[in-house]
Design a protein around this ligand. Structure first.
Ligand code: ADP
Length: 445
């Protein structure tokens, strides 16, 4: 796959798609997690400020007499109150609700109704850019860019006159720091995850494309094999015609011999094209599936009748062993089953030297019919037995080209077996012979 530019490009595209989709999903998940976490912290911060401001408000209001005035007893309730213009030393935190306000980062401010600052508690933000727009919640920023968040509540005096405003707030330094740390952690996690996803996607894209690549290679190989097989008879025909054209005029015997050669090569071509057509139709499953009862006993007798002459010509003995006395019947297309057995017998005759023996065995098993074609021929090396059912595969190209066909006989036999839901196996030893065993499901009546 590494050498194919097209497949490498497709693999990269697939990887980019996986990485893109995973990137979008993970970014959305990260953003949702970050948003929910920030929201939860923000709510907690609001609740805290609301609670402190509410307690202060409830404690102060009954003690307020004049609008904009803070009486002495208010100072007893709120120790550490600092008047604007006076210098206030940092007071230690008290162990009550105001303790919160006096912690670092928290503050409370008291303003007249016109927004004039009267007094403060806690650490005041310096140079706060203050906007008095009467909003309940405000987020402000000081000159250093540090943010503060506070709640503004209207205070009324004991006799229900508006007194002024109280603002309770805190610095957002911790909150912002926490969010920024979370952002960085999420970003780092996303980067590492995306790197891992890229490596994994590259591997997975390779695994996913491997079968496609294998099929692609098979198609390439198949096309090359077809071209090669077609070239041989065509070249032979062309050479015959050319030499006939050179000898002018041809005698009747020469013309006859030339035409015979052309006919032989044409038959070879026709046979090859027919075999290819049959295979591709079986692949596409466009052949009408005939399911007729086929009696194997008579089918084998027909095969023996047809090949007897060929066996005698090759100086071979052709035997049949019908082990079953009952008729052995299977369901399928008789023509195809005949072709399947005939292909096995042809091979057995072709690859068995003179004086050898070819046996066709028929046996009825419990649920299956067994047909064996055994020969005492040259045999097939063990490492080749895996490939002989592949299209155009020949154990020894030169030898098979002399004796056999294009290497499609066993491929067709296997394809027919598959359409019949059977199995075809080979057992062979070099120099001793081969046994092809065919199992077909019986027709059960
Ligand atoms: P071919 O048309 O070349 O015979 P097949 O597909 O029928 O092609 O067989 C594939 C190859 O398997 C043959 O080229 C041959 O080398 C080997 N083969 C098949 N049957 C036998 C057999 N009975 N004995 C030895 N070799 C065989």
């Amino acid at each position: 796959m590494h050498q194919s530019k097209l497949f490498n490009l497709t693999r990269w595209r697939l990887t980019s798609c996986y990485v893109g989709v995973m990137g979008i999903i993970l970014t959305l998940c990260g953003a949702a997690f970050y948003g929910m976490m920030a929201q939860a912290h923000w709510h907690a911060l609001h609740r805290e400020l609301e609670s402190v401001a509410g307690t202060l408000h409830d404690g102060l209001e009954p003690n307020l007499r004049e609008p904009g005035q803070i009486e002495a007893r208010v100072q007893q309730i709120v120790p550490g109150l600092c008047w604007v213009g006076s210098s206030c030393p940092n007071q230690p935190a008290q162990r009550h609700i105001l303790g919160t306000v006096q912690q670092a980062g928290y503050y409370a401010r008291f303003l007249t109704r016109s927004g004039q600052l009267i007094a403060t508690i806690g650490q005041q933000p310096e140079h706060l850019i203050f906007v008095n727009d009467n909003e309940l919640w405000q987020t402000l920023q000081d000159h250093n860019g540090q943010r503060y968040h506070h709640i503004s509540l209207l205070l009324t005096t004991a006799n229900h006159q508006p007194w002024g405003y109280m603002q309770v707030g805190r610095s957002l330094k911790e909150f912002d720091h926490h969010l920024s740390t979370t952002r960085w952690l999420l970003l780092a996690a996303l980067t590492i995850t995306m790197l891992l996803v890229t490596v994994a996607s590259w591997g997975l894209a390779g695994v996913a494309m491997e079968p496609v690549y294998q099929s692609y290679r098979q198609i390439q190989q198949f096309t090359a094999d077809v071209a090669h097989e077609l070239r041989t008879p065509l070249a032979a025909t062309k050479a015959t015609i050319e030499s006939a054209l050179e000898i002018a005029p041809l005698t009747t015997a020469e013309a006859h011999s030339t035409l015979q050669t052309i006919e032989r090569q044409s038959n070879r071509l026709i046979q090859l094209v027919q075999d290819l057509l049959l295979l591709s139709r079986m692949d596409l499953q466009v052949l009408p599936l005939k399911r007729q009862a086929v009696k194997l006993n008579s089918l084998i007798a027909d095969v023996v009748d047809e090949f007897e002459a060929l066996a005698i010509a090759a100086n071979l003995q052709l035997h049949t062993e019908i082990v079953s006395h009952q008729p052995v019947t299977v369901l399928g297309d008789e023509e195809q089953i005949y072709r399947l057995v005939a292909n096995l017998v042809t091979n057995a005759i072709q690859y068995t030297p003179k004086g050898g023996k070819v046996t066709i065995r028929l046996h009825r098993e419990e649920r299956q019919a067994l047909i064996q074609v055994q020969d005492t021929g040259i045999g097939i090396p063990e490492q080749e037995q895996l490939w002989i059912f592949d299209r155009f595969y020949r154990v020894n190209s030169d030898r098979s080209r002399q004796t056999g066909g294009a290497g499609l006989g066993l491929a067709i036999a296997r394809a027919i077996t598959q359409t019949l839901c059977g199995s075809l196996e080979v057992h062979s030893e070099v120099g001793k012979g081969s046994i092809f065993t065919l199992h077909l499901p019986l027709e059960l009546v």
